[in-house]
Design a protein around this ligand. Structure first.
Ligand SMILES: *[C@@H]1O[C@H](CO)[C@@H](O)[C@H](O)[C@H]1NC(C)=O
Ligand SMILES: *[C@@H]1O[C@H](CO)[C@@H](O)[C@H](O)[C@H]1NC(C)=O
Ligand SMILES: *[C@@H]1O[C@H](CO)[C@@H](O)[C@H](O)[C@H]1NC(C)=O
Ligand SMILES: [Zn+2]
Length: 456
């Protein structure tokens, strides 16, 4: 009896040891990283991204490009040999089409302004005097009747600046005829940045370059009379459109109904190639899952116990619409973890590379173990609590599924938002290793969380 008890104590402590440490996965993490960054998968994510972006172009919701790109991705995932590759239809999506929009300064001299209409902006022809405000906070004071309002607020970070894109909804009620906004970008080389924000606006709303917004502000402050002429042809189509979320899996060997979900979004804006936002994410998530699947084919220990599910959400740019539809349709799925990359699929190089985490403290500690394992393998990573999630927010709330948003040191305001939603969003923004190391982060997270018992 006594020895049986001792056995049980040893067994129990072994279980506790096993359930409280992920060090046993260190060798798998090494294998995944080298498979991706210095092995069979090296270069594959970039080749895939080139096909996606160069062959299909930008992938705006409602466009043929997007649906053709989805067909291409699905056929690729089938060829890869993933389980359960399919699409799920998302209906009732707003269908806004950019026209050949023109913005000109007529007085004090003639000058063509580089502008991109904001999603949802109505069309219209407007010629009027301009009022320039330096801060959105100043807007409340003035009666804008008969004026075009230029908002030339400096960039204070995307978290604040993107909200300016809805200014036209308020200003339309104060008599303004149209709105021009300084683009939400930390650095500009004469690049206007589009985005959502004008749906429901009664007046045209366009983003302009930071350079030109500041020029208009300077002229205005020197009391020059500014007259602008806008010919906006962009418009909402009178009917809705639809698209598809893309789903693929590696079926779990022991607990197939428990799901670890990793994601990116497949749609983009209509300018540039949608490479940084978010084609790189798509290519990285595919490579992360391919690495696990291909290693599992050689070594059964890589076969995940839980199901790892990749989802490429559609219609993210119109307000997470694909992800919302996905959440609605999958309320009864047992999803235990969700993660996304949409802040730049760049190689983490500095210690401030972050997994933004939303969830309880215990899970945060677990994720910190994963981050420490990545850091030990020369992929610097920390965990930071934040509810600033994107597509996965709807899954995280109110279902309390722990959620992660990957923000490498070059992500977010530092670098990513220079290209985001602009004509400069091309494949060539990425450098060697960016997509592979992003894939390594997701492969490591998915592999550990899909296999640990009594830990996650
Ligand atoms: C704004 O000014 C216009 C005339 O320029 C006037 O008709 C309108 O009533 C004013 N609106 C408000 C809210 O003061
Ligand atoms: C989270 O990260 C942000 C940005 O890097 C930083 O400003 C903030 O202090 C971090 N918060 C915590 C709790 O570490
Ligand atoms: C990380 O640190 C670098 C160097 O200090 C800084 O330039 C960059 O903006 C930081 N990135 C993030 C996401 O905080
Ligand atoms: Zn995005």
């Amino acid at each position: 009896v006594f020895s049986a008890m001792i056995d049980r104590v040893i067994l129990l402590s072994l279980l506790v040891l096993r359930s409280s440490s992920i060090s046993q996965y260190s060798w798998q993490t090494s294998r995944l990283i080298s498979h991706l960054t210095n092995g069979p998968e090296t270069g594959e994510a970039l080749r895939f991204l080139e096909e996606l972006c160069d062959d299909y172009g930008p992938r705006q919701t409602g466009s043929k490009n997007l649906e053709k790109a989805i067909d291409f991705v699905v056929s690729k995932l089938r060829d890869d040999g993933f389980d359960n590759v399919h699409t799920e239809r998302v209906v009732n999506l707003p269908y806004w089409v950019r026209g050949d929009d023109k913005v000109e300064m007529i007085e004090p001299r003639h000058h063509k302004i580089n502008a991109l209409a904001v999603d949802g902006s109505p069309s219209g022809f407007v010629e009027a005097e301009a009022v320039v405000v330096r801060s959105y906070g100043d807007l409340a004071r003035i009666n804008y009747s008969g004026k075009i309002v230029v908002v030339a607020e400096p960039y204070y970070g995307y978290g604040r600046s993107w909200q300016l894109r809805s200014a036209s909804r308020v200003l339309g009620d104060r008599g303004a005829l149209a709105v021009l906004l300084a683009s939400a970008a930390p650095l500009s080389l004469y690049t206007p940045h589009t985005g959502n924000g004008a749906r429901g606006s009664r007046i045209p709303s366009l983003s302009i370059t930071t350079e030109e917004a500041l020029m208009l502000a300077r002229l205005y402050e020197r009391k020059k009379r500014i007259v602008l002429r806008l010919d906006v042809r962009s418009r909402d189509m009178p009917y809705k459109t639809s698209s598809r979320n893309v789903v693929f899996e590696i079926k779990g060997s022991k607990k197939p109904s428990e799901i670890v979900l990793i994601s990116a979004h497949i749609d983009s804006w209509d300018v540039g190639q949608g490479a940084v936002d978010d084609g790189g994410g798509i290519a990285s998530i595919r490579s992360a899952m391919k690495a696990i699947k291909d290693l599992a084919a050689e070594d059964l220990r890589f076969r995940p116990e839980r199901t790892i599910r990749g989802v490429f959400f559609t219609a993210e740019e119109q307000g997470y619409l694909g992800a919302r539809a996905y959440d609605d349709a999958h309320k009864s799925d047992n999803i235990i973890f969700v993660a996304e990359t949409d802040m730049g699929a760049f190689r983490p190089r500095l210690a401030n590379s972050t997994l933004r985490f939303m969830g309880d403290t215990r899970k945060q500690r677990r994720l910190e173990e994963v981050a420490a394992q990545l850091t030990a393998h020369n992929i610097p990573m920390r965990v930071n609590y934040s509810d600033a999630q994107g597509d996965v927010y709807n899954l995280a709330q109110p279902r309390s599924i722990p959620a992660v948003n990957f923000v490498p040191d070059k992500g977010g305001d530092h670098f990513y938002f220079r290209y985001h939603h602009s004509a400069a969003d091309y494949v060539s923004v990425f450098e060697e290793g960016d997509l592979e190391y992003t894939a390594a982060v997701f492969a490591t997270m998915a592999n550990v969380i899909a296999n640990q018992d009594n830990w996650w």
